[in-house]
Design a protein around this ligand. Structure first.
Ligand code: GDP
Length: 184
């Protein structure tokens, strides 16, 4: 008989402006790849991955949903948020606008999602600042401060290089498991 392959199934959603790299983060998480020119009409909608959280001695089956292009129509409905335990709120560190818009995405999340949902703010595309610091439009400290004020976890990542992508999902999972353990 097969043993337990996971302890929890957690639904995650990814929100944020178009082109910040939501699909790319999902592809990086589930497929360890990066597509330089993804077809915008073929947005990745769903990905699943097993993640081990050693501190909690638990295996989590992460089921992650992407908005797959619908963000431009602001047509994301309550059903998208229903049952979500975690949320990646993504902006692009080279786009001030996408960071400013993260406020309204967060407002959407707060309106529709479970109040206990764990949300991690992800500043994506840090690889673009590695060679050319002038491309950065959102200072790390500013995003970190805003995340703290709003009670969000925070990380800067790159779907292209892969840096901090697994770590972003893992830290959100760790936070969710801690809430479960404490009965929140
Ligand atoms: P979405 O609309 O938010 O799902 O964004 P996509 O995942 O479709 O990405 C939009 C564009 O940004 C694509 O051309 C991606 O190849 C590119 N992109 C996504 N993530 C990164 C990243 O971490 N670094 C760089 N340099 N480009 C990225």
């Amino acid at each position: 008989m097969a043993g337990i392959s996971w302890h929890y199934v957690l639904k995650f959603i990814i929100t944020g402006d178009a082109a910040v790299g939501k699909s790319s983060l999902l592809v990086r998480l589930t497929d360890q790849r990066f597509l330089a020119n993804p077809d915008p009409t073929l947005g990745v909608e769903f990905g699943s991955k097993l993640i081990t959280i050693p501190e909690e001695n638990k295996v989590v089956k992460l089921q992650c949903w992407d908005t797959a292009g619908t963000e431009s129509f602001r047509s994301i409905t309550r059903s998208y948020y229903r049952g979500a335990a975690g949320c990646l709120l993504v902006y692009d560190v080279t786009s001030r606008q996408s960071f400013q818009n993260a406020r309204s995405w967060l407002a959407d999340v707060r309106t529709h999602a479970d109040p206990h949902l764990t949300c991690i703010l992800v500043g994506n595309k840090v690889d673009l600042c590695a060679d050319d610091a002038a491309r950065r439009q959102v200072p790390t400290e500013e995003a970190e401060l805003w995340a703290k004020e709003e009670g969000l976890l925070f990380v800067e990542a790159s779907a292209k290089s892969g840096v901090n992508v697994d770590a972003a999902f893992e830290s959100a999972c760790r936070d969710i498991l801690e809430k479960i353990r404490k009965g929140v």
